[in-house]
Unconditional design. Structure first.
Length: 390
């Protein structure tokens, strides 16, 4: 769950408000706030709380020198933390120190994204450990010129939090059946068509990779398909495919570290569900099909073995040399079936496929592998407004 975020268009009450000043590094704040800084230089990580001469609570939030959207997003998130620390309800943003050339829509979007990310609740299973709910409404007051971008950012933030919530859900509560139910509910909410190719149907289609990976689980593997097609267009769709291994034990090639954290092996599929929600919320006029390759890689008498040879739905055979390389097996069937069935104009898949990308790039960038230079350039360009490194 995440807090409700509301954009305030009337005058806020000073009683429950926190006024937040955004100050780019190297900028001198207004005189009343200089004493609060007491000589402390303004940096991108600055957070300073105090009261002004009228008794209003305020917070000074540092940005980088350019006032970039990345620093705005992070500062907005810190503002939410400050708001909660004083039990206030309304954030009043002052952005007067930003440069006049600032893109108002980008600024509003970054603020909303930062607030959305910061209000994401990670404590639904905390039991008695949490005595205070973080789901209270957060009200935001910001100049009207930022409203359009802010509302767009709220939609994107909602979709991002959907992906985060599903990826963080433990495997006993987000196995193949439960993840399918989440996807079905999302499709129903946003008017998408929904379809499941269950294990029996997958066997008839010859999906040996998907079936092998899920053979050791009590919860059968399946393909889950959502389609967004406003107006019933017959154009070639964009095809999104997500690896959705709800838990990965490694199979017989069992993970040496015990497999902690492998609930996140469904993150590719959860990301694609978030993308589908963002598409629907923004009412994009583009046909998009999303396929989740859903399975649980477990160990029992029926699980697949090293040295097995399996056959995918397109007739390609594969010898198993490592049962912990299951992602490419489920994706192979999803991609082969999806491209044959929908004849898409573009195919994009997302997957937690290999730890090698961490060795090569570290934890921050996303490794992208593409057979089309133009598409790769467009994806990298699209990632820049969100400060994603691709």
């Amino acid at each position: 769950m995440s807090a409700s975020i509301r954009l305030l268009t009337t005058k806020p009450s000073s009683k429950d408000s926190l006024h937040a000043w955004f100050i780019p590094a190297g900028t001198t704040p207004p005189a009343p706030y200089l004493t609060v800084l007491a000589g402390t230089p303004v940096t991108a990580s600055l957070v300073r709380m105090a009261f002004d001469t009228q008794g209003r609570r305020f917070c000074l939030l540092g940005l980088d020198a350019s006032g970039s959207t990345k620093s705005l997003r992070l500062a907005a998130a810190r503002a939410v933390k400050s708001l909660r620390s004083v039990n206030a309800k309304t954030l009043v943003f002052d952005l007067s120190l930003l440069t006049p050339a600032t893109d108002d829509q980008a600024v509003g979007r970054a603020l909303a994204e930062g607030i959305s990310i910061a209000t994401f609740d990670t404590k639904p299973y905390a039991g008695t450990a949490s005595t205070q709910s973080s789901n209270a409404e957060v009200t935001v007051k910001v100049e009207a010129r930022f409203h359009k971008g802010f509302r767009e950012g709220l939609l994107l933030g909602r979709a991002v939090n959907t992906a985060r919530r599903l990826a963080a859900t433990p495997p006993n509560l987000a196995g193949p059946s439960q993840l399918t139910a989440h996807a079905q509910a999302l499709a129903k909410t946003h008017g998408m068509t929904f379809r499941v190719i269950d294990a029996k149907a997958a066997a008839k289609l010859g999906m040996g990779g998907l079936l092998a990976v899920g053979a050791g689980s009590a919860d059968a593997p399946r393909l889950v398909i959502l389609e967004w097609n406003p107006g019933g267009k017959k154009t070639k769709p964009i095809l999104l495919v997500g690896k959705s291994v709800t838990y990965d034990s490694g199979g017989l090639s069992i993970k040496s570290d015990g497999g902690k954290g492998m609930k996140a092996d469904k993150s590719g599929g959860c990301t694609m569900l978030g993308v589908m929600e963002a598409i629907a919320l923004q009412k994009l006029r583009t046909r998009v099909v999303c396929i989740l390759a859903v399975a649980e890689n477990m160990i029992d008498a029926n699980c697949y073995r090293l040295d097995d040879i399996i056959t995918h739905c397109n007739g390609v055979t594969c010898e198993i040399t490592n049962t912990d390389a299951e992602g490419r097996l489920v994706l192979a069937d999803a991609l082969a079936w999806g491209t044959k069935t929908y004849q898409p104009s573009t195919v994009i898949d997302a997957a937690t496929l290999t730890g090698g990308v961490l060795v090569a790039l570290g934890k921050t960038p996303t490794g992208a592998f593409c057979n089309n230079d133009e598409l790769q350039a467009r994806l990298a360009q699209a990632a820049r407004p969100a400060d994603e490194k691709v």
